[in-house]
Ligand binder design. Structure first.
Ligand code: ATP
Length: 235
């Protein structure tokens, strides 16, 4: 399959002088699930934020589906869905309306058949008429994913989908990612946990201090390093 994301010599220096991202290059293929693994402050959110147009890079280029995010932003943005770390939902709105509304924001025509499909894929169909404040934490996260998928993007970004959730919820998220894989969605997720990367991703990119230290198929990485060594290197 062809490349959907092409990151070339990407850098970001915030005003303070911190090099949050330092000359990162990475190509992600359509249909792939890649985990960006790294400790706090490694640069994972910065990388995702640049690709999603929330942060301006200091150097380098990013192409999404062949569209340069700087010069061809509208086309690139349509291909991207982002699930941010924080849960922010309108508390009194019905689940299905939240998803319909987000689709409308992207200028997409209504398509209730598609919305039903994603709500079913995310095990939310039975809750479609519930107000979001009535949902459990795990369900709220799934509504965020449904919103991010509402405009039928080719790539889904999940920024620390399991941060601050209990073991049961983490397993639930792993399951959701597995289901989305079957739908053919390309997924880029960030995590602090190697076991999580191992569970969900085809490839793992290890980021520390703004640098992409290595990118390997998950199985190869596990064989080469093992959990212990890798954790020590990261901490
Ligand atoms: P975490 O796992 O904690 O989310 P991360 O890997 O996503 O961390 P980033 O949030 O990208 O890391 O941060 C990378 C570096 O950039 C850190 O040193 C951080 O303090 C710095 N940084 C992030 N955002 C800003 C900002 N808006 N202004 C200044 N520095 C920032």
């Amino acid at each position: 399959m062809g490349a959907i994301i092409e990151i070339d010599h990407l850098s970001k220096q915030y005003g303070s002088g911190t090099k949050a991202l330092d000359d990162v290059s990475l190509t992600i293929d359509e249909g792939e699930i890649i985990a960006l693994l790294g400790p706090n402050g490694a640069g994972k959110t910065t990388m995702i934020s640049i690709i999603c147009g929330l942060v301006v890079p200091t150097g380098g280029t990013v192409r999404v589906g062949g569209h340069d995010i700087r010069t061809d932003w509208r086309a690139a943005r349509k291909l991207i869905g982002l699930v941010p770390q924080e849960i922010a939902l309108e508390p009194f709105e019905k689940v299905i309306n939240c998803v319909r509304f987000t689709r409308g924001l992207y200028g997409m025509p209504p398509d209730d058949a598609y919305i039903e499909r994603i709500l079913r894929a995310l095990a939310l169909w039975d809750k479609r008429d519930a107000a979001t404040r009535e949902l459990s934490g795990g369900m709220k996260r799934r509504v965020l994913i449904a919103k991010a998928l509402s405009h039928q993007p080719k790539v889904l970004f999940l920024d620390e989908p399991t941060a601050g959730v209990d073991v049961a919820l983490r397993r639930e998220m792993w399951q959701v990612v597995g289901d989305l894989r079957r739908e053919g969605v390309t997924i880029i997720l960030t995590t602090h946990y190697l076991e999580e990367a191992e569970e969900m991703a085809d490839r793992v990119g290890v980021i520390a201090k703004g640098q992409l230290l290595l990118v390997r198929p998950t199985a190869e990485l596990m064989g080469e390093f093992g959990k212990k060594t890798l954790n020590i290197e990261l901490d």
